[in-house]
Design a protein around this ligand. Structure first.
Ligand code: GLU
Length: 417
């Protein structure tokens, strides 16, 4: 069978191609020469598959879409506190190249505006940027030297920002050097497929969906996605989030990425920009994708069945005593465990064996584990024996055969029933 997904993505492109509003970015001379009709779309999924349609071979400079990835690298290298000390996480509502600092804290408001991004860049050396971006993309990215030179020629605002940052002691390095490096970072060449995979790495909690490499820790991916949600689309973050509901970042060369936690990364490319600086067709494409695929982050997912109902069965030793078996399934998290606790509350005190069967569980979250063990402790205090059936060793007891649950007797852990 030929997958219908590329056809679907082509159809989305086709449907959005009649949109010809917007203007090319003019303040970087090289970008003003781009072909305004270029149009491409890519999707990278947790299955490790990349779909790309339209002008998917065309490379363009990454521009502001580099900002979340540089932020991720700075978080890895310096830790959250050190980065927060220099750059905040509040949306600004101002233009991306506003020459200002947060009046209350004296820091750049967030890492998605230039003041924040230049500060973040100053925390990384050139090799780190090159290697870090290569890990996100799964290949080495080259610099477009012409765009770099062209932007540097006209980078007065960014120089003004860098001088302001040094004057306030936020960066130590020479402003001209930092702006040069930051502009090189913005001039890295990508295509939509690269961007989709980079976004998917964030959406995948920091693990590259194709190489399987952990590029950044889970907490870093969460921090970056949060900032993209509130600050990623210039001063249109509210409109974007209510309509599309996907953490995103756009750039002045016409790229837009979206990273939907656990679901994958998207990227669109079309150079004409709307009044906020976001790709006009890119916005249309994302609105359509979000609607068609039910990808709005605030769309409440269908309730997962957290457990099948507990049932009583003879315990098998012929004395007529009953076991109560509860079969859990899916991810054991707060919601699933709360339901199980409601069921377990109905167990009367006594010696009945309670069997908690994790055979169909694929993940035990931290909170799920704590709640599971606390339930076992309380059941044991009520006089019950507790047995976990745990073929995949979700409880990580190894060969121990039992797990300590605190005050009561240890719970038994078996691989199969
Ligand atoms: N290199 C550009 C600048 O700093 C990036 C702008 C953007 O894509 O928003 O002005």
């Amino acid at each position: 069978m030929r997958s219908p997904l590329p056809d679907y993505l082509s159809e989305v492109l086709q449907a959005c191609s009649d949109e010809d509003g917007g203007e090319l970015a003019a303040y970087i001379p090289e970008l003003a020469d781009a072909d305004p009709d270029r149009l491409a779309l890519a999707l990278s999924t947790p299955s490790g598959t990349r779909y790309a349609v339209g002008d998917a071979d065309v490379r363009f400079t990454i521009q502001s879409i580099s900002k979340p990835f540089a932020y991720a690298l700075a978080l890895v290298d310096h830790g959250l506190d050190a980065v927060l000390e220099r750059v905040g996480v509040e949306p600004s509502g101002d233009a991306f190249n506003e020459i200002s600092l947060d009046p209350a804290t004296g820091r750049p408001l967030n890492p998605m505006i230039n003041a924040g991004a230049i500060t973040v860049h100053s925390m990384l050396d050139a090799d780190r940027v090159q290697a870090g971006f290569a890990a996100f993309a799964g290949r080495d990215l080259e610099v477009d030297e012409e765009v770099h030179a062209s932007e540097l020629e006209s980078a007065d605002r960014n120089h003004a920002i860098a001088y302001m940052l040094r004057n306030h002691g936020i960066i130590e390095a020479k402003p001209t050097e930092v702006v040069d490096g930051y502009t090189r970072q913005c001039s890295l060449l990508v295509d939509v497929g690269d961007l989709a995979v980079m976004a998917a790495t964030l959406a995948n909690a920091g693990v590259h969906p194709e190489t399987g490499e952990r590029v950044v820790p889970r907490w870093v991916a969460r921090q970056v996605l949060s900032v993209m949600t509130t600050c990623g689309m210039y001063d249109a973050a509210g409109d974007w989030f209510t309509l599309v509901g996907i953490p995103a970042k756009s750039g002045v060369s016409g790229g837009v990425i979206g990273a939907l936690p656990g679901k994958g990364g998207f990227a669109a490319f079309s150079p004409r920009l709307d009044e906020h600086g976001n790709s006009t067709r890119g916005v249309r494409i994302f609105e359509r994708l979000s609607r068609d695929m039910g990808m709005h982050l605030m769309e409440v997912p269908p309730a997962a069945r957290p457990l099948t109902h507990g049932h009583a069965a003879e315990d098998g030793d012929g004395d007529g005593d009953l076991d109560s078996t509860y079969e859990l399934q899916g991810a054991v998290d707060f919601v699933g465990m709360e339901r199980l606790l409601v069921e377990l509350e109905r167990e009367e005190e006594g010696a009945r064996e309670i069997v908690l069967d994790l055979t169909r569980v694929h993940e035990v979250r931290d909170v799920g584990r704590r709640m599971l063990l606390e339930a076992a402790r309380r059941l044991a205090l009520d006089g019950h024996g507790v047995t976990f059936v745990d073929p995949e060793d979700m409880l990580e007891v190894g060969d121990a055969g039992s797990i300590d649950v605190g005050d009561g007797p240890a719970a038994t852990v078996v691989r199969e029933r």
